[in-house]
Write a protein that binds this ligand. Sequence first.
Ligand code: NAG
Length: 301
Amino acid sequence: MKTARIVRGSPALLRLLLPLLLSGTVRIDGYRPVIIVHGIFDGPKQFKTLSLYITKTHPGTEVSVIDLYDNLASLRPLWRQVQDFSQAFDSIVRKAPEGVHLLCFSQGGLICRALLSVASHHNVHTFVSLSAPQAGQYGDTDYLKWLFPDYVKRTLFRICYSSMGQKLSFCDYWNDPHHRYRYLQSNTFLPMLNGERPHINMKAWRENFLRIKKLVLIGGPDDGVITPWQSSHFGFYDVNENIVEMRNQEVSGRSDTFGLKALEARGDVELCVHSGVKHVQWHSNHTVFTSFHIGPKLWPV
Ligand SMILES: *[C@@H]1O[C@H](CO)[C@@H](O)[C@H](O)[C@H]1NC(C)=O
């Protein structure tokens, strides 16, 4: 009897819902699309596993790994990459009126933060920064040895803080705590993004960044590439190479030049620490995927 009534009632219901369905106001698929931005020396290939994890947890989710500046091309200057990634990003979000989630790995995390700062009407719901050097990088890692065999972290500022060095992505977030003045003067990327070097768009960038609903910062002590690893949580070295955590930093704490403190005050920053994960494992480690809720909890219907 009950069933019959529903069946009888359904054409009317459908007539009621049809305009809504057609106009896109009612979502039938349920999950927001996920846009992935890769890191240095990698590309879409490295994110197949992660894409699979997402679509298995949430069937039907549209996952796009932006296929730009892959592998060696990832060394191109960051502002230029941001421009092109923004274009690719725009064409995906235009088809997603309900918003998207942005998941960005390593260097990609900085590209994404810049992209979110310059995009005035973005509709990113959750921004997951997966082991990204958000506060910069200062360390003798294998990457560094490979890129600049003749340099160590102490001397790299000479090349990085030159106009030639700034044409390499890696130098755009090189943050030498012993050469703060040179960093502020000659680094054309990170000090601007952080508002450490004042510029006319600072207020607008901060507002744009604050449009996100949630920021998830993931990192851990066994990463081996991001140095200090706390940079993935916006922590960084002081002049004595002691770690100053996010809240006690000038830009992200006291003066809140780019919005991080405001986001935290809203209760929308989640810090995740995980040991035992090497840098290149973050995106394919299933335990990380599930326990950090990159999947289910962050992405409600
Ligand atoms: C995966 O993550 C877990 C922590 O959740 C860690 O103990 C383990 O070593 C990781 N495995 C790899 C291969 O990274």
